[in-house]
Design a protein around this ligand. Sequence first.
Ligand code: PLP
Length: 392
Amino acid sequence: MGRVMGGMAEVRSEGAWIHADDGRRFLDFGGYGVFILGHRHPDVVEAVHRQIDTHPLASRVFLEPVAARAAEALAAHTPPGLDYVHFVNSGAEATEAALKLARAHGRTSVITTRKGFHGKTLGALSVTANATYQTPFQPLLPDVTQVEYDDPADLEQALAARRDRACVVVEPVQGEGGVRIPRPGYLGRVADLCRAYGALLVVDEIQTGMGRLGTWWGVDAEGVRPDILLTGKGLSGGVVPIAAMTATAEAYAPFGRDPYLHTSTFGASPIACAAALATVGVMEREDTVARAAALGERILTGVRAACAPYEGGLVREVRGRGLLIGIEFTEDQAVGELLLEMIARGVLVNHSLNSTRVLRLTPPAVVEDTALDLFLTTLAEALRSTAARMAG
Ligand SMILES: Cc1ncc(COP(=O)(O)O)c(C=O)c1O
């Protein structure tokens, strides 16, 4: 893969830029959704430096204040009632924690959505609806049902057959599924159905949360309060990996009753929690959420204009919310071609793991005007040469 992408190694980063070992620099509009604050935000880096100099990893015997402060800071922004925070080291681990918590409540039947992505560890993979990733590792968790995304009737049918024993895992916008934005009201309907059929609702905001959609959380748009909300990626500040499962008091109770029920040596490490705490602080001070909303609109408008000449041909649709933007093509091959054209011109973008025809943009909220212009010019050029190559 390294050779296909050009063969260079990345060695340094700051803001929206990554530097390679051959002296070139790349504008990072990819990063799989991690770099909402850009690379190496100075406040996050400083907090992590300070933590390394004082107490990077904990004994796990005593109370540790940085984890507590990070949990408090995060819970101050989660929907009301989601006050319990369980820090882990990756998004997939947050999904694992949620699946186990659901089981502890007797919710052993799991409902996920087609093209949903929730991680690749065995439990998480069981709800990541992609045969390519699942098939080599079967059998996965039993009793997992896939329903159509953005289809409350399909969900209701599955729930009706599993009254009081289901757990529903859903993304507010399917990121890896190809930036699929459901119709307004979908998430609210999912929440109502979960309540009606006694199901536990897990909303996976690992990609959509932390301001990515121009709101703190995707659920904010519909005032939905899930039982469990997963976060990761941006929570790291782009500096130290960390993710979290946040839950209501009722949902969290089994883990609260026995703190050894679900543990991880490095979970809630002071060094990662220092990064998360600093990240929430930066987001408050710099109003990252509002910036993401405003910048996202500008980028979406620009991307739509660049793609307009190809609509009805190579480009099927451009869609986005906040800083999660997808370009859907009519042919699989276009994604790879365009991605390589962009890299050759100095811009990084991503494909989508669960959708072969969608190129995905997850830029930081800190893109300067000159960088935005550069991105849009590059996109227009790369589209032109991709279209020409594919026509030829
Ligand atoms: C919605 C969602 N959930 C879970 C994950 C898994 O996170 P990680 O790769 O940190 O395990 C991802 C990663 O792309 C994701 O987009």
